[in-house]
Design a protein around this ligand. Structure first.
Ligand code: NCD
Ligand code: ZN
Length: 341
């Protein structure tokens, strides 16, 4: 097979940042993706609908025609039902919750989930989606156990708010895959990143420290990665969809004493996914993962445009505007046809 044409994909989890970084990042995502769900962990964060609209304006100012964003507000301990209602009224259809301190710019995040019950109830009532960074922030929790330990909090939320739609973001463990696959209703779904389908902890810390492979949640065991691959490539699966979690940090912020968490993948996410799906004999399932399941979960129309990937090797650049991408300097067998020179 030399080429494959699929519906134009969406990225349901991306970090664009602000200022010059934003201006460099948006075009790299819009080149391949029709829509993107933009994360609110900017500095300062996006806490209200009004702030989300301003941020949306900043993105649109540097985006080519035809690109669309879905904005999120950050759900923090200070979030109220009124804030949620107002944001929803302004067209913000999701809130992203970061447990306290688990990742980049998540200080002053959530520890007391029960205290947010009125907010979850309001989101449930409105039909606003709760996007979860699913890691237990406890000081006593070992870093590789944070996602698995969060599953009891997830279960509590799903039990208590049975109409609430929840996305577990960037899955990294077999245990979390199991929970999502076996959940009895359509209210729970999950995003999966290209790097969690590619890397294990070995790629982060074995045979040399690789800061550009460091992200939260941390890449785990080969069994976890293989379980993720099975989940996303399974024929007819509807619960898993692409959220790249493309999270750019300048090289200096990664290659230093206390490096930032985040893997940058926007320009190569789609080619790499084609390669991974092909290696697993599942190119036919790529479109469901990149272009169908997410839109269906969010209740949005499927994209009518298409994109063509061709089996033509290229080498990933060493840097994009000061940011080192996943697989820098390495070859990927597929590329997007419109990128061909
Ligand atoms: C993200 C970032 O850099 O903003 N980092 C990461 O390691 N994934 C935040 C996040 O999604 O956790
Ligand atoms: Zn993220």
């Amino acid at each position: 097979l030399q080429s494959i044409t699929i519906r134009r994909p969406d990225d349901w989890h991306v970090h664009f940042r602000q200022g010059e970084m934003l201006a460099n990042m948006v075009p790299l995502t819009s080149r391949h993706f029709k829509r993107a769900r933009v994360m609110p962990n900017t500095d300062p964060p996006i806490l209200t609908g009004a702030q989300a609209l301003i941020y949306h304006g900043e993105i649109m100012a540097v985006a080519p025609a035809g690109f669309e964003t879905k904005m999120t507000i950050k759900v923090v301990p200070e979030t109220t039902p009124a804030i949620v209602r107002e944001a929803f009224g302004l067209g913000i259809d999701a809130g992203k919750l970061y447990p306290d301190g688990v990742t980049t710019l998540s200080a002053n995040g959530v520890r007391d989930f029960k205290a947010l019950s009125p907010v979850f109830a309001e989101m449930e009532k409105l039909g606003m989606v709760l996007c979860l960074h699913g890691e237990d922030p406890g000081e006593d929790v070992f870093c590789l156990d944070r996602e698995e330990r969060f599953l009891k909090t997830l279960q509590w939320i799903l039990d208590k708010f049975q109409g609430l739609k929840v996305v577990m973001e960037h899955l990294s463990t077999a245990e979390a895959v199991y929970v999502v696959e076996h959940f009895p209703t359509k209210n729970l779904a999950a995003t999966v990143t290209p790097h969690h389908l590619e890397n294990t902890l070995n790629d982060v810390i074995d045979g040399g420290l690789r800061p550009h492979h460091y992200c939260k949640p941390i890449a785990k065991r080969p069994e976890d990665r293989d379980r993720l691959i099975r989940a996303v490539t399974r024929l007819g699966q509807t619960k898993f969809f692409l959220g790249t979690d493309s999270a750019p940090h300048y090289r200096e912020s990664k290659e230093c004493d206390c490096g930032a968490a985040g893997v940058f993948t926007a320009p190569l996410a789609l080619p790499l996914l084609a390669q991974i799906f092909e290696e697993n004999g599942a190119l036919g399932q790529l479109e469901a993962f990149t272009s169908v399941n997410g839109a269906n979960f969010y209740g949005l129309p499927l994209n009518e445009e298409t994109i063509t990937l061709v089996r033509e090797p290229w080498t990933v650049p060493d840097e994009y505007s000061g940011v080192v991408p996943l697989r820098a300097g390495k070859e990927i067998r597929w590329q997007v046809a419109s990128d061909l020179g």
